[in-house]
Design a protein around this ligand. Structure first.
Ligand code: HEM
Ligand code: NAG
Ligand code: NAG
Ligand code: NAG
Ligand code: NAG
Length: 358
């Protein structure tokens, strides 16, 4: 948050978000969900779960709206590397370098990890150790979207936390670089069963949040990317005067703290920040999708929700796989312990998965 432009937006933000934008239409979005997850998974065991998360995050975002972007990105990083298993939260210090210590992490907000652990503490105090850190990350991402002005939607729940963190190599291999073109992004995300509409919709996550100069200075130095609009480029060069400046700037110049479809308007104006963003408007397969989202916010919200629900189910652990961590940053010392907390429904899943083995 080094750039002075950012703080201006933060002041602006509280006015914007906590007045009219709090409640956007509560659309009825749905998407297929996999076996082992369900919409009402914690209904009996922790019926206050979603209220606890929303109430706490409202307070957090009122103090610092930027944390919403940090939480949304955390869910993306969790899911893309080794599935949505909370592995990104694991502190690698006991077993070697972890997902958190791979280079792309360096810009994950430290505060996001603290917020998730605070939420876990509130939830486990109320309900016992019945909700996984991975589920908490998915719910926090949803509320980050909604409390910033985006759609509200149900999140399939029932994820378990993984027992191992991903290696740095796996992290690098699974998180595409901002310097990638659309062809590379499309094929990287296709390996995760995400289609071009999903890719364009998920990239719309960049409608909130900030980026460090290093993520886009290759577009400015030594030569300016000719697809970048000139006044926009000029502004970026002011924030990042050299290719080694350590500063941040907003990713959606039009409405940086509001979750809306203006990111796509930016792309049409050639004011997308990363190559991976801007090239979506160059590539012939994604260009019409960008245009449709720029013209129809409702359509964007609908496709975003569908894609988030897909992303939120990447390689999830369910039933007897994984555990429910007592602390999000460390694997349970005795990972058998969680079995005593299993609900009846989970026992059912365990039986079902054993039945499958026979
Ligand atoms: C498609 C490939 C993607 C690439 C290449 C990419 C790349 C990046 C990069 C480089 C940053 C800035 C990091 C920094 O320099 O500080 C960033 C920030 C962010 N990304 Fe992505 N991203 C991608 C997909 C996503 C998805 C799927 C989401 C969520 C749906 C997402 C949400 C965010 C958010 C909210 C931020 C701002 C974080 C903050 O303000 O702390 N990104 N992304
Ligand atoms: C990680 O990747 C690097 C470069 O691709 C390679 O040299 C190294 O051996 C890999 N490490 C592991 C543990 O796989
Ligand atoms: C996209 O990037 C890949 C990898 O750098 C490159 O091989 C390919 O030619 C690029 N495609 C286009 C259309 O620029
Ligand atoms: C910055 O630019 C200089 C001079 O062109 C170059 O030698 C250096 O490798 C660049 N550094 C980065 C981080 O791109
Ligand atoms: C949030 C987080 O854990 N960030 C780590 C990312 O990696 C660097 C070193 O590569 C660590 O210093 C950070 O703490």
């Amino acid at each position: 948050m080094a750039a002075s432009s950012t703080s201006l937006f933060l002041v602006f933000s509280s006015l914007l978000i906590f007045s009219s934008l709090l409640y956007v239409s509560d659309a009825d979005y749905s998407a297929p969900i996999m076996k082992g997850l369900s919409w009402d998974y914690h209904h009996k065991t922790c019926h206050k779960l979603e209220k606890i998360v929303r109430k706490h995050l409202k307070k957090v975002f009122k103090e610092d709206v930027g944390q919403a972007a940090g939480l949304l990105r955390l869910h993306f990083h969790d899911c893309f590397v080794q599935g949505c298993d909370g592995s990104v939260l694991l502190d690698g210090s006991h077993g070697g370098p972890s997902e958190q210590t791979a280079p792309p992490n360096q810009s994950l907000r430290k505060q996001a990890f603290i917020i998730i652990e605070d939420l876990r503490n509130l939830i486990h105090k109320e309900c016992g150790r019945v909700v996984s850190c991975a589920d908490i990350v998915a719910l926090a991402a949803r509320d980050a979207v909604h409390l910033s002005g985006g759609p509200d939607y149900d999140v399939p729940l029932g994820r378990k936390d993984g027992l191992t963190f991903a290696t740095q190599n796996a992290t690098l291999a699974n998180l595409p670089a901002p310097t990638s073109n659309a062809t590379t992004i499309l094929s990287a995300l296709a390996t995760k069963n995400l289609n071009p509409t999903d890719v364009v919709a998920l990239s719309g996550g960049h409608t909130i949040g900030v980026s460090h100069c290093s993520s886009f200075t290759p577009r400015l130095y030594p030569t300016q990317d000719p697809t970048m609009e000139k006044t926009f480029a000029h502004g970026l060069k002011e924030v990042c005067p050299t290719n080694t400046t350590d500063a941040t700037t907003v990713m959606d110049i039009y409405s940086p703290i509001k979750f809306d479809n203006k990111y796509y308007v930016d792309l049409i104006n050639r004011q997308g920040l990363f190559t991976s963003d801007q090239d979506l408007y160059t590539h012939k397969e994604t260009k019409p999708i960008v245009e449709s989202f720029a013209h129809d916010e409702k359509l964007f919200f609908e496709k975003f929700v569908q894609a988030m629900i897909k992303m939120g189910q990447l390689e999830v652990l369910t039933g007897g796989k994984g555990e429910i961590r007592a602390h999000c940053s460390i694997r349970n010392p005795d990972n058998k312990g969680y079995f005593s907390y299993l609900s009846e429904e989970e026992d059912q899943y365990d039986l079902e998965s054993k039945a499958e083995l026979r």
